[in-house]
Design a protein around this ligand. Structure first.
Ligand SMILES: Nc1ncnc2c1ncn2[C@@H]1O[C@H](COP(=O)(O)OP(=O)(O)OP(=O)(O)O)[C@@H](O)[C@H]1O
Length: 264
């Protein structure tokens, strides 16, 4: 990502607004009554227990999941300007693609999927591979890379996407400390360029150190604001308890009753 973007010193404007959003699957909400706004230039950590609804929130932003009620509004943000890195478990490791070609997919929106890469574009792909330290893996199949190499390649792809909003679902899962440092530096650079980044994470210490804003989620909002204010052990404990209570309720209820329960 080479272009210099808008300065973070501008008055922050809303990029994504959630207005009483309920969303989920098979008629059963897993996100409930979500209100709030992501500001342009935010570096926002999304914290919550397993099953708290973090991935679902991302999918509401990308449009993959449509809310049952409420609205998700994108302000001056075409979907083509959103980059989404799902959890590795959601990416098919058997997909027959080289690491080079996977990274080059980051340029698809710019040059089209079936255009041959011109020399300039090829150079961009090599530069991205080098920046994240996996140029030596370029010819290997993406699916055989180690966890850290794979995630570095995915970040190289993100670099080429030139997105305004970057959504990262547990980006440091199964990566070593050195890789995590490299990836965190890239995130910081994107933030400095004025891009908006939301990352679902489980490491509270990392969030405290590197993420100015935090949303703690448990199917509903537990807290959302400056990390120094919202990242408290009380809020984290509450997030775990509320998520567990919702999961217990779902396990104990038939689909029809669960629907009744969450609609009150
Ligand atoms: N495609 C789906 N169909 C049905 N239920 C789903 C689907 N995807 C997620 N869920 C359910 O929605 C709830 C929230 O899942 P989600 O993946 O959004 O949580 P998460 O906070 O990202 O969890 P994790 O930290 O484990 O990744 C879970 O109970 C999950 O089982």
């Amino acid at each position: 990502m080479s272009a210099t973007k808008t300065s973070n010193t501008k008055t922050p404007e809303t990029l994504v607004a959630f207005d009483d959003v309920s969303a989920g699957y098979d008629g059963i909400p897993v996100l409930r009554g979500l209100d709030g706004a992501v500001k342009r230039g935010d570096l926002l950590a999304l914290l919550g227990a397993n099953g708290a609804g973090k991935s679902t929130l991302f999918k509401c932003i990308t449009g993959e999941v449509r809310p049952f009620s409420g609205t998700v509004r994108l302000h001056d943000l075409p979907r083509a300007k959103i980059a989404y890195l799902p959890q590795r478990s959601d990416i098919d490791p058997g997909f027959p693609i080289s690491t080079f070609d996977a990274v080059a997919m980051g340029l698809w929106r710019k040059i089209g999927a079936f255009q041959g890469l011109k020399r300039d574009a090829e150079a961009e792909v090599w530069a991205a591979l080098e920046t994240v330290g996996v140029a030596g893996q370029a010819e290997r199949r993406l699916g055989v890379l180690s966890g850290g190499q794979f995630q570095r390649a995915m970040f190289a792809q993100l670099m080429l996407q030139d997105a305004d909003l970057i959504l990262l679902d547990e980006p440091f899962q199964a990566v070593d400390l050195e890789t995590a440092d490299t990836l965190i530096s890239l995130i910081a650079k994107w933030h400095d360029e004025g891009r908006t980044v939301i990352a679902a994470l489980h490491d509270a210490a990392l969030v405290r150190d590197r993420f100015p804003k935090t949303l703690i989620l448990a199917r509903e909002t537990i807290a959302w604001g400056p990390t120094s204010e919202v990242l408290t052990s009380a809020n984290l404990a509450k997030s775990g308890e509320v998520t567990a209570a919702w999961q217990d309720a779902e396990l104990g209820l038939s689909g029809e009753r669960a629907r009744e329960r969450v609609s009150v």
